[in-house]
Design a protein. Structure first.
Length: 217
């Protein structure tokens, strides 16, 4: 038990790195996905095909290959990043494709009659977006956004390949130094479980906060 507790300080530092990488990537990816979906709706004629190609390529290839291209490939053309920066950038680009599809599904769930009614009552495009479209789309997408954020946290484990000192690399380093497996990997499982549960609870609170606004919109 004492040896298990002795791992806590190292894993506490690793949790902070995992949070920095995964939450920043998820936030940038969500904003990017929202923007991509908005541009797809606004400029469907010109951006419809590039949007589909981007989503198809990103979702159809492993994240590890994308991370390797960003970290090892971009320096060839003069773009050099640290391991943490490369992880955040590549994970944000990777997750943006998934977030964009989530927002696309959210907007597709809005009954067409709602916007037709808004236009019939003379409600402008921006007020209709803010009060009718956005609350309904976000309320629909919230569980999917939570799941995708959890997946981003799990995907951040791949960053151990390029020596980012997150949870998985920390567990591997301890195993290499002590030749003990159960303690480090049990702690690794507990840390990831705690992180994912915190995300799930946060999104449940967000759903409770959004629900009244949706009812009054």
């Amino acid at each position: 038990m004492n040896s298990f507790l002795a791992l806590t300080p190292r894993f506490a530092d690793a949790i902070l790195v995992t949070l920095e990488v995964s939450l920043l990537a998820a936030l940038i990816g969500a904003l990017g996905g929202f923007a991509l979906n908005a541009l797809r709706i606004r400029y469907a004629r010109w951006l419809g095909l590039p949007y589909r190609v981007y989503v198809w390529l990103v979702r159809g290839t492993p994240y590890l290959s994308q991370l390797v291209i960003v970290y090892f490939g971009l320096p060839v053309i003069g773009i050099t990043m640290t391991a943490v920066q490369a992880t955040i950038v590549s994970l944000a680009v990777y997750s943006a494709a998934y977030f964009a599809e989530i927002f696309r599904a959210g907007w597709a769930s809005i009954p067409r009659g709602h916007m037709e009614a808004a236009r019939a009552f003379g409600i402008g495009r921006w007020p209709a977006f803010r009060s009718i479209e956005l609350p309904q789309a976000v309320a629909f997408a919230l569980p999917l956004l939570a799941n995708q954020t959890i997946l981003v946290i799990k995907e951040s484990a791949v960053a151990s390949i390029i020596t980012v000192p997150e949870l998985t690399m920390t567990a591997s380093d301890i195993v290499s130094a002590t030749y003990t497996y159960i303690g480090p990997y049990a702690m690794l499982i507990i840390c990831y479980w705690l992180l994912t549960q915190c995300v799930a609870v946060s999104f449940k609170w967000a759903a409770v906060f959004i629900a009244p606004a949706r009812k009054t919109s």
